[in-house]
Design a protein around this ligand. Structure first.
Ligand code: SF4
Length: 680
């Protein structure tokens, strides 16, 4: 029996696995995050094994036939290395790009960043986490000096008085966490859910607001306006622990409730009611997720809600404050260790000379040999195959063809490459268009750490023998680095890599240097920052001071601009996207698990809209945006706004429609809203 963690979301629920070839999942009641509870995906995680789609041999596309042919590992790695060397000799180091994933272990994320910068010498690396929570990360850094999704354990949710969930469907995306909402309500607390759809999470709430997609920012401005007008601002806290409030006070002056109603569609009386609820509460916790963040104004939207929490004197106190509910399994750790275009391990900025010197010292290379900042994820994909863009790309842990915004355009860019290499466990939609596919180990076939949404570093342990023919991503990087004549060798032992990662993060804001595999096992996870072996870790952050130079949090005056695309005569409704309980992200894993229902996409719409276009429940409808079109059955429900349709993004289609407009600070695309036409 092995104690390990779920292969999917950022909760990283603990579970036990028995059987080395046909594993069975059972509850690990002692693990504090989920106390034995799992969602449907977790209980069926063993279905990822003995899957007939599993890749067990490398594939190289035959130029003559266009078909894949199985090859040896040596031939696959030689083919890749030769082509990369040729391209870099002709076009320079940045002609090769690397694309990572928020599901990779910390060790893989760290090695991938090092591989790109040292073995390839390219600045062109980014990852799909840029599309996940980067707006919250950007806002958290600007407001608090440091981004840690939840700066407190999730369990603290039970001890607040009012929890405000902005754009989070926690009850479906991470069901074991929903018990904290129930416990809060049993204690007499109040749950507020803000979402254009009345979701399963809204069903567990006391107050539900359904704003027009893309207007969460305006709602926050209106709430803060009323808090100021009602004398609910904690002036002493604001004076002692923050800066910048006067600009914010002025900036919300004109956001009276009737104006908020006109912009957001939320009745003025409801805006007043929620402001009064927050103003009278002793403890308030504001949590955002993708619904608030995946916008061209995502970071400003998060800042607007942080402003509310700061004005109420909540951030950096126990049982109150602001947090982001990260999505991907290693959404937190994946963004800390160097996969991002602008960062080195430990949240060190790549253009900071001291950071470059420190990390280069750990890696054993001259600091001046490290490349500078590269392109963000979407900008990188948009540049592929162009005159100045990369000619080859290596993809690890990402199914871009399904998950990228404006996906048809991105697919064409991928197809224009001289070489596309995909490492995956199955022939995902992205692997299917690659030139070389590398079959790699998955989840419980390997050991490595993840950092869950609370900043708790946990250890996934190898429990199962991998099929013969597959290799770890770490082996792949080592094999390629050797063939590329890397100036340094690449380790493959996860524990050794984790120790090196600790050194690379030492002294940085996300310091892991006091964390070891042994400690994680003994303590069932360790919260970063943990700068020494005798440091207890940091479950709650900012209690004394924020991570800014003067220790104070920053207010930011932000303006509502609205979504990049507004409905018009041709595209009269809002399109929003999201997840369903039984599937995860691009579906590459979960769509292949027999006991998880693979329903295919659907178009959720209100009966008024269905009546207007003449669509019956279950009838095929067409959704069209300026970027593409898809068809799927209508699902007619009265829980969605009449001016909005929802499509889940686990299947090819939804992201052919989504908008690639980017947030100026985080470079997050506007997945969550665009203008669409729906026809029967
Ligand atoms: Fe896995 Fe997330 Fe479900 Fe927990 S909530 S079992 S981590 S998918």
């Amino acid at each position: 029996m092995t104690e390990t963690h779920c292969p999917y979301c950022s909760l990283q629920c603990g579970m036990r696995l028995t059987g080395r070839r046909s594993p069975e999942v059972s509850a690990w009641e002692e693990f504090p995050v989920n106390e034995g509870g799992l969602c449907r995906k977790g209980w069926n995680a063993a279905g990822l094994y003995n899957n007939r789609d599993r890749l067990t041999t490398p594939l190289v596309r035959d130029r003559a036939t266009g078909e894949f042919r199985p090859v040896s590992w040596d031939e696959a790695l030689d083919t890749i290395a030769e082509k990369l060397t040729e391209l870099q000799a002709e076009h320079g180091p940045d002609s090769v790009a690397v694309f990572g994933g928020g599901g990779l272990t910390n060790e893989k994320a760290y090695q991938l960043g090092k591989f790109a910068r040292v073995a390839l010498g390219t600045s062109q690396i980014d990852y799909n986490g840029r599309w996940c929570m980067s707006s919250a990360a950007s806002a958290g850094t600007r407001a608090f000096g440091l981004d840690r999704g939840l700066p407190f354990p999730l369990q603290d949710l039970e001890r607040t008085d009012v929890a405000v969930l902005v754009g989070s469907n926690l009850a479906e995306t991470m069901p074991p966490a929903a018990r904290h909402l129930d416990a809060l309500r049993e204690r007499g607390g109040t749950v507020v859910v803000i979402d254009p759809r009345r979701t399963a999470t809204a069903d567990r709430a006391d107050v539900v607001l359904q704003p027009v997609p893309g207007t969460d920012l305006a709602l926050a401005l209106g709430v803060l306006h009323l808090l100021v007008a009602g004398g609910h601002v904690d002036e002493q806290y604001v004076a002692e622990r923050t800066t910048g409030f006067e600009d914010v006070r002025r900036s919300v002056a004109s956001w009276w409730p009737e104006r908020v109603e006109r912009v957001t569609g939320v009745p003025a009386a409801e805006v007043r009611a929620i402001a009064q609820l927050l103003g009278n509460a002793r403890k308030v916790m504001v949590l955002t997720a993708r619904g608030a963040e995946q916008h061209s104004q995502g970071s400003d939207t998060v800042l607007a809600w942080i402003n509310v929490a700061l004005a109420l004197g909540q951030c950096g106190t126990t049982y109150g404050g602001y947090g982001c509910l990260t999505g991907q399994g290693n959404g937190q750790g994946g963004r800390e260790h160097g996969q991002k275009a602008d960062q080195l391990p430990g949240y060190r900025m790549i253009d900071d000379p001291a950071a470059r010197e420190h990390v280069a010292g750990v890696w054993g290379v001259p600091p001046e040999s490290l490349p500078g900042k590269g392109r963000s994820a979407y900008e990188l994909l948009d540049a592929l195959g162009t005159e100045t863009g990369p000619k080859a790309m290596l993809v690890f842990g990402s199914n871009i063809v399904v998950s990228a915004p404006n996906a048809s355009h991105v697919t064409r860019r991928l197809e224009s490459l001289d070489l596309l290499v995909v490492a995956d466990i199955v022939l995902s939609e992205t692997a299917a268009i690659a030139d070389v596919v590398l079959p790699v180990t998955q989840w419980a076939e390997e050991t490595g750490t993840m950092t869950n949404l609370e900043g708790r570093v946990i250890l996934r342990r190898r429990a199962i023998t991998p099929p013969s023919g597959v290799r770890s991503d770490l082996d792949v990087l080592q094999g390629l680095a050797k063939r590329l004549d890397s100036p340094i060798p690449f380790e493959t032992d996860p524990e050794e890599i984790f120790a090196e990662l600790g050194l690379a993060t030492r002294g940085g804001k996300a310091d892991y240097s006091g964390i070891t595999y042994a400690r994680i096992t003994e303590e069932m996870g360790v919260f970063w920052p943990c700068p020494s072996a005798d440091h207890p870790g940091t479950p709650r952050m900012f209690l004394e001071e924020f991570a800014t130079p003067d220790g104070r949090a920053r207010f930011h005056a932000v303006e509502h601009r609205g979504a990049a695309e507004q409905p018009d005569a041709d595209y009269p409704v809002h399109l929003t996207t999201g997840r369903v309980l039984a599937q995860y992200q691009s579906g590459a894993q979960t769509r292949r698990v027999r006991d998880l229902p693979d329903t295919g996409a659907f178009v959720e719409m209100h009966p008024m809209l269905a009546g207007r276009i003449g669509a019956a429940d279950g009838a095929t409808v067409r959704v069209t945006t300026r970027r593409g079109t898809m068809t799927a059955p209508a699902r007619v429900v009265d829980t969605i706004r009449p001016d909005t349709v929802f499509v889940p993004f686990h299947w090819v289609g939804a992201n052919r429609l989504t908008n690639d407009a980017l947030d100026p600070a985080s470079r997050m695309p506007e997945f969550k809203v665009c203008a669409a036409a729906v026809t029967a």
